[in-house]
Write a protein that binds this ligand. Structure first.
Ligand code: ADP
Length: 479
């Protein structure tokens, strides 16, 4: 049946007249089993899993390079891992993660999706190891993660490591990755039929991909100012994104998959929840416990280990909407340190007085703030703001510090999916042939995503999408 539809589609193109014929000469039609839109973490996980199940897979990527937001991420990935956590006295399990995640998102996450995610999260260690990832072997609390279950490869740009191994694995399995190829529309049989392909554009012009299953993995809409202002009117163009902090580069997170889905009656969920994080370059650690935030008066104002939305509200409430982030010599620094020092975003000082001078705050006030904080860190109790995770005192010069303000980071909302990652339409019915995974989907993180849950969720749901898309392919072969 699908064959005839594809044939009919091809024939109707062939029957077009003179002018149309010239146009059609440039229009190519490529058939495959599964088309994945987006070569980020979710797209690769889906493509590899589908290819492992013997499906023929093509990934479409609009940018000249692969990786999306995944490749530039700090690389923290949350999953319960008793072998590492227990020796450190940390109790964890899928059930604990499930409860914490629902609470972190104010119970707006879909409990069924959260359950599937947290049940599968512990598989991520072995899954990534099977692809070639070597874990650093330390467990930590990612920034905004709210619990010590973060893992990474230990590299300063850990996001690169995931994409490198994913890309290698995809290539080995024969997945075709087509960069500079932008999906522009999903092809659906009427308003209620199956999705059977994708219209796209590449350097040679228009190209149509016909497939038995399509997986949308196009990431979020943080850089679509119009769309994000529709859902949070505060987020005008004066806010940059974490993927493009200067506003001078390009960001790929333009919500294409959501818009293409809506054009064929896909439903969306949670679109109003848009996450901001401090990402101007002054913060040089990406875990909780090694830094403090002070305002332009040299005073703390927030729990630095709290929820990302609370920290965003805290910073936006300060004079000038910024704060200083201070750490010292003992902390583990991320990729921001060297470029930050060179560009003057990060400063180095040997004394608190020297630091206060650069910050233009009263040295006495800053000294009191740091001394008071260090007392809290020593007793692991913070009566002022309720911080509970301290990995060190801030007392070993040189101090490293820089200005931070909020950038748009992650969009919790997106296409509505069920536990099989099938996309649901406006009537709550499955759109046959259409799957979605990663930041393009909504309903998983609720109002506020915990730091470290993104890479884990895009991986878990990417794999589910790949498995189910391949299942559809083999089912249609049996027809
Ligand atoms: P996730 O974390 O959900 O995997 P990423 O941001 O890592 O999301 O990856 C999404 C990828 O999808 C990016 O590489 C982005 O360039 C790509 N993308 C977005 N829109 C399109 C589109 N219309 N056609 C092809 N690729 C797209």
């Amino acid at each position: 049946m699908k064959f005839f539809r594809a044939l009919g589609f091809g024939l109707s193109l062939c029957m077009l007249g003179g002018f149309a014929f010239a146009q059609q000469a440039q229009e190519r039609i490529i058939s495959t089993d599964v088309v994945v839109i987006g070569a980020g973490g979710a797209g690769y996980n889906a493509a590899i899993t589908a290819a492992q199940a013997k499906a023929k897979v093509i990934i479409l990527e609009k940018m000249p390079v692969v990786g999306g937001a995944t490749i530039i991420s700090g690389g923290s990935m949350n999953f319960p891992d008793p072998k590492l956590q227990e020796p450190a006295g940390i109790k964890d399990s899928p059930e604990i993660m499930y409860k914490q995640m629902l609470a972190a998102g104010d119970y707006r996450g879909d409990p069924e999706l959260v359950k599937v995610f947290t049940d599968h999260a512990p598989e991520l260690r072995a899954w990534y190891e099977s692809l070639g990832i070597q874990w650093a072997g330390r467990v930590f609390e990612p920034f905004g993660g709210l619990y010590p279950r973060g893992h990474n490869t230990g590299a300063v740009n850990a996001g690169h490591d995931y994409i490198r191994v994913l890309n290698d694995a995809a290539k080995k399995l024969g997945v075709e990755v087509r960069t500079n190829t932008r999906a522009v529309a999903l092809l659906r049989d009427g308003d209620h039929g199956s999705v059977y392909g994708v219209k796209a554009e590449d350097k040679e012009g228009k190209v149509t991909f016909l497939a038995k299953a399509v997986i949308v993995a196009t990431g979020g809409f943080a850089d679509n100012v119009e769309l994000r202002m529709k859902h949070d009117p505060r987020l005008d163009a004066s806010f940059h994104t974490t993927a493009n902090p200067t506003g001078k580069g390009v960001d790929f997170a333009t919500g294409d998959g959501i818009l293409m889905g809506q054009n064929i009656r896909a439903d969306v969920v949670g679109m109003d929840y848009i996450q901001m994080i401090p990402w101007a370059g002054g913060r040089v650690t990406d875990y909780v416990g090694a830094d403090i935030y002070v305002n332009s008066d040299g005073k703390r104002f927030v729990n630095e280990g709290g929820r990302r939305d609370r920290i965003a509200d805290g910073i936006l409430a300060q004079k000038g909407h910024f704060c200083w982030v201070i750490t010292d010599d003992q902390s583990v620094k991320g990729s921001q340190l060297e470029p930050g020092l060179k560009a003057g975003r990060v400063h180095k000082a040997n004394t608190i007085e020297e630091m206060a001078k650069v910050m233009e705050v009263e040295p006495k006030v800053l000294k009191e703030t740091i001394e008071r904080y260090n007392k809290f860190a020593a007793s692991k109790q913070d009566p002022d703001f309720g911080k509970t995770t301290f990995t060190q005192l801030i007392n070993k010069p040189p101090y490293y510090f820089g200005i931070e303000h909020e950038n748009v980071h992650f969009t919790e909302g997106g296409l509505r999916i069920n536990v099989n990652t099938e996309v649901l339409d406006l009537d709550g019915k499955v759109i046959p042939g259409l799957f979605a995974a990663g930041e393009v989907t909504g309903g998983i993180h609720g109002t506020n995503r915990a730091g470290g849950n993104s890479l884990a969720a895009i991986s878990v749901f990417g794999r589910i999408a790949g498995k189910n898309a391949a299942g559809l392919v083999s089912a249609s072969a049996d027809e």
